[in-house]
Design a protein around this ligand. Sequence first.
Ligand SMILES: NC(=O)c1ccc[n+]([C@@H]2O[C@H](COP(=O)([O-])OP(=O)(O)OC[C@H]3O[C@@H](n4cnc5c(N)ncnc54)[C@H](OP(=O)(O)O)[C@@H]3O)[C@@H](O)[C@H]2O)c1
Length: 286
Amino acid sequence: MNSKKIMITGGRGMLGRQITDDFKSEHTIYIADIDDTDITDLDRFHKFTKEINPDIIIHAAAYTRVDGAETESDFAYKLNALGSKNVAVVAEAVKAKIIYISTDYVFDGVSSKPYNEYDTPNPTSVYGKSKYAGEVFVKENSSDYLITRISWLYGLGGPSFLHTMNRLSVDGVNELKVVNDQIGNPTSTIAVSRKLKSLINSDIDLKGIFHLTCEGSTSWYDLAVAFFKLRGFDQKVTPCSSLEYKTSAKRPANSQLDKMNLRLHNLEQMPNWQDALKEFVDIENW
Ligand SMILES: NC(=O)c1ccc[n+]([C@@H]2O[C@H](COP(=O)([O-])OP(=O)(O)OC[C@H]3O[C@@H](n4cnc5c(N)ncnc54)[C@H](OP(=O)(O)O)[C@@H]3O)[C@@H](O)[C@H]2O)c1
């Protein structure tokens, strides 16, 4: 196995922490989070990156507050669109591969079928639009890129939907109303990190877009029910519609992603979401 210098933007975030933990025994890891540098400052980020001279940049830094982005759109675009452009430009300058972490929210969710890597994005929220603008900048500015789309993410230490469910239940909330008309692929940072590691260690030099969400689909309501069952909590959960549970950002009704490119490259599929959830619930320090 070929040990590489890997820089992780947003390395102290939920996904970045998991990748750092998983990769550090095989690769040399450099964290590029907001305390270390700033991806929105091209000169500073270029200088920081040149010193390290990484082989690969995993670009996970982002403005991730989906509803907040509706009112803080300048901030969201600055980080997700222009910040990603800077990371791609710098990656190209130092001859590093860029792996951009993107999202299911680049799709509008109108189709009844899972979206594959060849479907055309049509984001409906500011967050989705700014992340998609980041994808376009990565494609335009890097000659060696992977765009990996993930969704409904949870991971050790949170924050995530599951951590919120857990906290509300521990706080003694009687009844939890959870939407049951949005369908997607709950995905653990553990599963994403493992797959990224296998793609990086693969003999094939992969390029292009890869969907990396866990297999199988469910609603937020059924995810909450499955979570409480695994936790052994007798929590009352009531299904409701997206109309009843209003949020500032419009979310796709169908967020399912087809992992077509893993299939076409004869790569192992992602684990089933129930198995990944159990693995996570068992090891999280609740
Ligand atoms: N969470 C999800 O459900 C989900 C779903 C699909 C895709 N994704 C994508 O997956 C990736 C990782 O998500 P996550 O939940 O792990 O995100 P996260 O926990 O919010 O981590 C992002 C990290 O980036 C840092 N950061 C912010 N501005 C920066 C800057 N200018 N320069 C360098 N670093 C900066 C953040 O610092 P601060 O915390 O101080 O701002 C944070 O540590 C993101 O690209 C996200 O869009 C997430």
